[in-house]
Design a protein. Structure first.
Length: 110
């Protein structure tokens, strides 16, 4: 009796297109790389944040990252990663995404 019920359930599942589920864990962020142009005072440039995932893939997370600058007297940064260089000096541009951070030193000259 149990065998025929199991066969019936399996047949119904196949008829309805139901397949067994296996859950594969979603990849997680393992690191963030920040890239951007070298800027002169008065210029602006878009910086990019790229996440490396636990499965080896990469994702552009520029729009989703949180951006900061260590020295806002040298350069400011918008929420989208657009850097505006103000004066000569150095600052660290940091992107944070899903609790991972990456940074790049920006040296503004002339």
């Amino acid at each position: 009796m149990i065998r025929s019920v199991t066969t019936l359930v399996l047949a119904l599942g196949l008829a309805l297109g139901v397949t067994a589920c296996s859950t594969t864990p979603s990849p997680t962020v393992t690191s963030i790389a920040v890239t951007g142009p070298t800027l002169t005072a008065g210029a602006s440039g878009q910086f990019k944040a790229t996440a490396t995932m636990s499965d080896g893939s990469t994702q552009d997370v520029t729009a989703a990252a949180s951006w900061t600058t260590s020295n806002s007297a040298v350069a400011t940064i918008s929420t989208s990663g657009l850097v505006t260089a103000l004066t000569d000096g150095s600052t660290t541009i940091t992107a944070t995404y899903q609790n991972e951070t990456g940074n790049m030193t920006e040296t503004v000259i002339g």
